[in-house]
Ligand binder design. Sequence first.
Ligand code: 0L1
Ligand code: MG
Length: 250
Amino acid sequence: MNITALAEALDAAAREGRPLPGGGSGLKDTGEAYAVQDALVALRLARGERLTGFKLGFTSAAKMRQMGVSDLIHGRLTDRMEIPDGGRFDVSGLIHPRVEPEVAFLLGGTLRPGGDPMAAVAAVAPALEVIDSRYDGFRFSLAEVIADNTSAAGYAVGAWTDPGDLGDLGDRGVLLELDGRTAETGSTAAILGRPLRALAAAARLAGALEPGTVILAGAATAAVPLPPGTHVRATVAGLGSVGFTTGEGA
Ligand code: 0L1
Ligand code: MG
């Protein structure tokens, strides 16, 4: 497997909105897949993007079922992927975007493996993640989606709340709306039983995460297609809402 060549092919697929065939990359294991992800993210950083966050994927049974996998995965977020709450997001260059409701954590201290995750958290917010697999038809192996930076394409975070009074966020209702109509409903319990577990998993997987990092804990429902000209909103009970409108050339 040529790690650089696959990273460059995935990067070109993202920039040109042209998918690669999935299933035939020849990646031998997840270790090799994360090496491709590292090379792919390095290409973004070389173009001037800045790392802003860390995301977990396949933290819910709904997502695992939807994509036919059974392992937790992780990827990286950059400033280029940020979508302002209440703003617009251009989807014209994307391949087949989908959106999913999540919970986001903002680190105020360093999050270390085995540490108390909440001690490192400064704030919590409702979030939306846009995923856009660079593989044709969202069909890929587990290693391939890891190599593709876990399909990361965009994310929006709502108003941050002090975590002090929020408890473990274990069973909060989650609503995903497209143009004011319910697209999916779920619960934060879908995220590894409670989103706090995602923090512990992130610490274990990343080694250590620095203050200022945003962590997307994973989707609370299956992802839904996100066409242009759509207003999307996610609401997490007790945390509030976050939303944006998709455009072409917005
Ligand atoms: O849950 C996630 O954010 C991971 C997404 C990767 C798989 C997909 O493209 O659905
Ligand atoms: Mg996600």
